[in-house]
Design a protein around this ligand. Structure first.
Ligand code: M6R
Length: 357
């Protein structure tokens, strides 16, 4: 039930801080220690490579997950789009583990890969929001998202839930393998939940940004580097899907390799700056587009902000920034769609779960 909310999407955006806390709870035992099913940890630590298979927003969460499993747990990862992997399987490593990320657990493109992988006899794990869904039943193991039903076609709380669950899993796997991380993941996710709350409480600001940057435009670009690049792609997908504004998310460094030709007077560019190591580079990219007339909306993390930035995100652990930086992008897309009288919860030509290949 969407209650007092005009749309499920807005309700689901608002639920994200609570979902974050629910996940922390769900994965802790009575002593407050993080717990992941033993079989999953063994499968992760026995694998010489993790193959993440997913579609759409879940694919974008997988790109963030790759950073976690590689940087936190030291497991090499490949992330693949399920519809491509189905007919163009790469050379596999000797001991692969397959992880299917799917909110619904029903996506046909992902399921067809699961069926093929099972025939090959490799271990499989589904990360899903729906207990008892097809991909959950058919895989060896399941990790649940605990996000509650997601009704709006545009995925919001499932994306942040996926990222949180992947971060927790990577942290527990690292500990189990004998090389624990040097920060307290539960504490850091708690800080994230508060930061997400601050962002969902800034709706007026987001509505204004949507009005200022997107009310008349036909297209928009999202740029970032490293984890911000992953979130840029998700921001662009959200905007396309519900507002029908043509949008593209790409790596800041790629601008000069082609896309910059599209920049005209007033072209909106959403630039994310949450990653210290590449902050100078992304600032440089913003200068390049501004010199060509672009209208930049700069979203920076506290401590890295500069005068003239549009939005400052509360500071969180550098690996967890996607959980916070995506929130304004979700809200900006929501308001852009609303301003254009689009059917926010049921965008044209789309279904909540895509059960055909
Ligand atoms: O249920 P799944 O996570 O497998 O769905 C995958 C995509 O169809 C889904 O994320 C889609 O891209 C969303 N509509 C994006 O908001």
């Amino acid at each position: 039930e969407k209650g007092m909310y005009p749309h499920y999407m807005l309700k689901e955006i608002d639920e994200q801080p609570a979902v974050m806390r629910k996940i922390i709870q769900a994965y802790q035992n009575e002593q407050g220690k993080l717990e992941i099913e033993e079989g999953i940890l063994t499968a992760l630590n026995n694998a010489d490579r993790l193959y993440i298979i997913a579609a759409g927003t879940s694919y974008h969460a997988g790109l963030v997950g790759k950073e976690y499993f590689e940087k936190i747990a030291g497991i090499p990862v490949e992330v693949h789009i399920s519809s491509e992997f189905g007919y163009n399987m790469p050379l596999l490593s000797e001991k692969p583990l397959f992880m299917f990320i799917t909110q619904s657990g029903e996506t046909a493109d992902s399921r067809q890969v699961l069926v093929k992988i099972k025939k090959l006899g490799h271990p499989t794990l589904t990360v899903t929001n729906v207990k008892g869904s097809t991909l959950s039943r058919e895989a060896d193991y399941t990790l649940l998202l605990h996000a509650g039903p997601e009704i709006a076609v545009a995925s919001t709380k499932a994306y942040t839930a996926q990222i949180a669950v992947l971060a927790l899993t990577a942290a527990v796997a690292a500990e189990k393998a004998g090389h624990p991380i040097d920060f307290d993941i539960v504490q850091e996710l708690g800080i994230v939940a508060n930061a997400v709350q601050a962002m969902v409480d800034s709706k007026e600001e987001m509505e204004k940004i949507a009005r200022d940057f997107l009310s008349t435009t036909r297209n928009a670009f999202f740029i970032g580097r490293n984890l911000d690049f992953c979130v840029s792609m998700e921001g662009a997908l959200k905007l396309k899907e519900i507002s029908y504004i043509q949008a593209e998310g790409f790596a800041g460094g790629e601008l000069k390799h082609g896309t910059i030709a599209l920049i005209e007077d007033g072209t909106p560019i959403f630039a994310l700056a949450t990653q210290k190591a590449v902050s100078l580079n992304i600032r440089g990219n913003v200068k390049e587009v501004v010199a060509r007339g672009a209208n930049p909306c700069i979203i920076a993390m506290e401590g890295m902000e500069e005068e003239g930035d549009t939005l400052v995100l509360p500071k969180v652990h550098p690996l967890l920034t996607p959980l916070v930086s995506v929130i304004p992008l979700q809200l900006i897309s929501y308001y852009a769609a609303l301003h254009r009288d689009c059917d926010v919860d049921k965008p044209r030509n789309l279904a909540k779960s895509v059960t055909v290949e």
